[in-house]
Design a protein around this ligand. Structure first.
Ligand code: FMN
Length: 366
């Protein structure tokens, strides 16, 4: 699918340009739709991005990396959005050193003649698709466009039947880890929204593609770990979600892509760069009719195993995670250390159930 490049609205006032950019920027993806950003207007017509991370509340946000990743996607979205109002976003990091609550100043500089980024039209259309996809492979041009979108990062694609089967086994194993420990349940309990098909601050259960029975069981069991533990112990409670949310989608897709950073990923700036690259990849995929579902838990568990952070007290779960991470690293080989992101990819229609966003006034700090 192609998108027409329309002329930027260079006549927009500074205030209108800023509102437009902020309105688009909030559609950037974030882990569990946490929207780890707030905005503050600045006197120069620009604004400050106030970032935070969820490492203290979300087990998957190891060292705040998932949040930093989302902030990178946000900054890239700001850059893209600015071009639609004839502006260039000049982004400068403030408080260098503070990685828990990093801030950036964004100046929107008038740039007559700037060509609107063709990815701008995809910002609101891009969404996480957790449903099964077609197994049809993207063609060579489509793969090239995806790889090119990443700039300095590198794309790896696991698409053969054997690779997809290996990935499916791994992702199902990681699913079992997620459903078997109270630390992960603590996160799922807070972020799953059972009441809305479009959730402004969480993830709608409907977006997981659960059948009515699984959804009813989840609704009953989610409020208390004791209920989930009972299900897991006596009724094989991890089997249905592993099959439905992990194995089936992992087999029903064109493959799994992994994004490899050009250098070591040891500071906030490298995470920000990775988040920016993946947002460009995701928007490019959307423009091609391809859906993506991040598979971030292997990345997150791999980091915890590497740092020997025993994230759970549940018996046997840490040991299983350690084995799975070893197999995951084996699959990625030389690139394992620098793999910053992984996702299922494939052709599919956009899902109706999705996360939407908080209203812009809820994201503004006076
Ligand atoms: C760093 C990061 C990690 C994510 N990990 C997962 C994941 O493991 N599984 C998943 O289904 N979605 C994952 N997501 C997708 C988010 O849940 C999603 O972006 C968010 O809920 C907003 O929804 P949207 O992408 O449909 O706009 C991740 C997103 C980010 C930025």
């Amino acid at each position: 699918m192609t998108t027409a490049i329309t002329s930027p609205d260079c006549t927009a006032s500074a205030d209108a340009a800023r509102e437009r950019v902020l309105d688009l920027a909030r559609w950037a993806p974030s882990g569990d739709n946490t929207q780890v950003w707030r905005f503050q207007h600045d006197a120069d017509g620009g604004f400050t991005v106030l970032g935070h991370d969820t490492r203290d509340e979300v087990v998957y946000d190891h060292n705040g990396r998932a949040s930093q990743f989302a902030l990178g996607a946000l900054l890239e979205t700001i850059r893209i959005a600015a071009t639609t109002v004839g502006r260039q976003a000049v982004i400068e990091r403030l408080d260098v050193g503070d990685t828990r609550s990093p801030r950036w100043h964004v100046a929107l500089i008038a740039a007559p003649g700037i060509i609107p980024d063709h990815l701008a039209a995809q910002i609101e259309r891009r969404t996480t698709n957790r449903l099964p996809f077609s197994t049809r492979q993207p063609n060579a041009c489509e793969w090239l466009a995806l790889a090119h979108a990443l700039g300095g990062h590198r794309l790896r694609a696991f698409t053969s039947l054997a690779d997809r089967w290996r990935m499916a086994r791994l992702l199902t194993g990681f699913g079992w880890v997620r459903y078997s420990c109270p630390e992960c349940w603590e996160v799922h309990r807070k972020i799953l929204d059972f009441d809305h098909v479009r959730s402004a601050d969480r993830v709608p259960v409907r977006s997981l593609g659960a059948d009515p029975l699984t959804e009813a069981v989840m609704r009953w069991s989610m409020p208390a770990w004791a209920r989930l533990r009972f299900l897991n112990r006596w009724l094989g409670g991890t089997i249905a979600p592993c099959l439905r949310f992990d194995l089936l989608p992992a087999l029903r897709c064109a493959g799994v892509v992994a994004i490899v950073a050009p250098g070591p990923i040891d500071d906030l700036d490298s995470q920000i760069a990775a988040g920016a690259a993946v947002q460009r990849l995701w928007l490019t995929a959307t423009s091609l009719g391809l859906s993506l579902q991040p598979a971030y838990t292997p990345i997150s568990f791999a980091g915890m195993v590497r740092d020997q952070r025993r994230f759970t007290h549940a018996p046997g779960v840490w040991e299983r995670a350690t084995h799975l991470v070893a197999a995951w690293n084996g699959q990625l080989g030389f690139d394992a250390e620098r793999t910053v992101f992984a996702a299922r990819i494939g052709f599919a229609r956009a899902p109706y159930a999705r996360s939407v966003r908080r209203k812009i006034n809820e994201l503004m700090v006076m």
